[in-house]
Design a protein around this ligand. Structure first.
Ligand code: AMP
Length: 119
């Protein structure tokens, strides 16, 4: 195991060594609530295996990833926490990546929420 992976925050969360609020799980991904949410229900979809960012992820995970994004987002809508949502992936520090284990932000949006996330 390389150093980056050994010390990886999200690998520790996947293994249950660091607590998290898990809202979703399938064979290859978990969904956890972000500790510093942009809005209520802000969820991170995280591959269980360590990949630095999206470039390292095999395309074979694509279907399951899309399924996870859809299920998490629909749950947020059904719970009344979202009318719409942004999906965001930060790749490398220059693009805002702080945790170097690939993850996909699902940020619930509501009319008039004042967030400025759209490109
Ligand atoms: P990024 O800037 O795309 O790397 O996003 C990293 C995200 O991880 C930020 O939104 C943080 O608030 C979130 N985060 C950091 N530590 C934790 C943690 N222990 N549990 C849940 N989310 C976390």
């Amino acid at each position: 195991m390389v150093k980056e992976e050994k010390e990886c925050l999200f690998c520790k969360i996947v293994k249950g060594e660091i607590p998290s609020k898990k809202v979703y799980e399938d064979d290859n991904f978990i969904g956890i609530l972000d500790v510093n949410p942009k809005s209520e229900g802000h969820t991170l979809i995280i591959p269980k295996k360590h990949f630095r960012n999206v470039l390292d992820m095999p395309v074979t995970l694509g279907n399951e990833l899309l399924d996870a994004i859809k299920k998490v987002s629909l749950d947020l809508i059904n719970q009344g926490k979202a009318e719409g949502f942004n999906v965001c992936i930060n790749n490398e520090a220059v693009a805002g990546q702080e945790v170097f284990h690939a993850h996909f932000h699902v940020v619930p949006r509501k009319k008039g929420d004042g967030l400025r996330l759209s490109l």
